[in-house]
Design a protein around this ligand. Structure first.
Ligand code: OGA
Ligand code: FE
Length: 289
């Protein structure tokens, strides 16, 4: 007798097949960035600095606050969205040889080549891909990384450029003369997603002045991501019931056309507490050409 079967049948919603997937427009509360009142460069401490902060240095110097937003479902009208225009795009019917996503070495060996091909096949003009990072997120309390309920963009012009230098070495200067994009490929591991879906704002609906670089101060280096201010005009979207065969492309940087999409996990008020928490993986790619 398999214990897996026991767990699957032990609660009414032990398998997602029993769950009425929430679809259509929804409302949620997202966390946004508010600039330091003294006009200082925003920062937070990172890495070992978090547990051992330099004496007298606060963990961060900016504020966050929450705001209600309406989030539209793109399910059924996926073709209306284009990563070059909106900063995000969708790909359907993709299979993967990797099933467990519990071993970083195997993820890099089996899943990375699939992502490289996916990007070369689906991103106009892409000639070369360098995958530099991935994050597996699970919602259970002991998980290393959980969904992120904060509007942000993973990179800024400064950190994207630094990434190219860091990973591409002597080729960096030449590569930076042409188009460089930074794209995350996101998918659930236990789809269909019924809890903590990912929301993303149409790039065109969030002006540059609402996107603010935030330094991540590690003991030995400083990285940078972007905080996102609340703006009424932001148009937020999600892809209801996203499955394991679907891929979301989230563009964080584009040296040519500039589309970049603020994103955040959100608590869907229609989700019931007994439903399974979302598990996902995002792979981060430098896309050249
Ligand atoms: C990302 C990201 C958050 C989440 O893919 O860049 O911020 O909750 N994901 O999956
Ligand atoms: Fe992100």
């Amino acid at each position: 007798m398999s214990t897996t079967t026991e767990t699957q049948t032990s609660t009414k919603f032990g398998t997602t097949a029993d769950i009425p997937i929430p679809r259509g427009e929804t409302q949620s509360t997202l966390t946004f960035f508010a600039a330091p009142t003294d006009g200082a460069k925003p920062y937070n401490l990172a890495g070992d600095n978090v547990d051992n902060p330099p004496p007298g240095v606060p963990q961060r110097n900016y504020n966050e606050f929450t705001h209600d937003v309406t989030i539209q479902d793109i399910r059924g009208r996926e073709q209306e969205f284009d990563i070059n225009v909106n900063g995000f795009g969708t790909i359907s019917n993709i299979s993967s040889e990797e099933k467990l996503f519990d071993d970083d070495e195997r993820i890099e060996r089996v899943y990375y080549p699939e992502i490289e091909k996916l990007l070369l096949d689906n991103v106009d003009g892409a000639k070369r891909i360098f995958l530099f990072d991935h994050t597996v997120r699970r919602s259970n309390p002991g998980a290393k990384r959980a969904p992120v309920n904060r509007a942000h963009i993973d990179q800024t012009t400064k950190s994207a450029t630094a990434r190219v230098h860091h990973h591409m070495g002597a080729e960096a200067d030449d590569l930076l003369k042409d188009r460089v994009r930074l794209i995350n490929v996101w998918r659930p591991l236990n789809g269909p997603v019924v809890a903590s879906p990912l929301a993303y704002a149409d790039s065109r609906s969030v002006p540059d002045e609402d996107i603010v670089g935030v330094e991540h101060r590690y003991p030995d280096r400083t990285g940078e991501t972007a905080g996102v201010k609340y703006t009424e005009q932001a148009k937020w979207h999600y892809w209801s019931g996203m499955t394991n065969e679907e891929r979301l492309l989230l563009q964080c940087y584009d040296s040519k056309d500039g589309a970049r999409t603020p994103h955040s996990a959100f608590v869907d008020p229609r989700t019931r507490t007994e439903w399974p928490g979302r598990e996902s993986i995002e792979v981060r790619a430098l896309v050249f050409g």
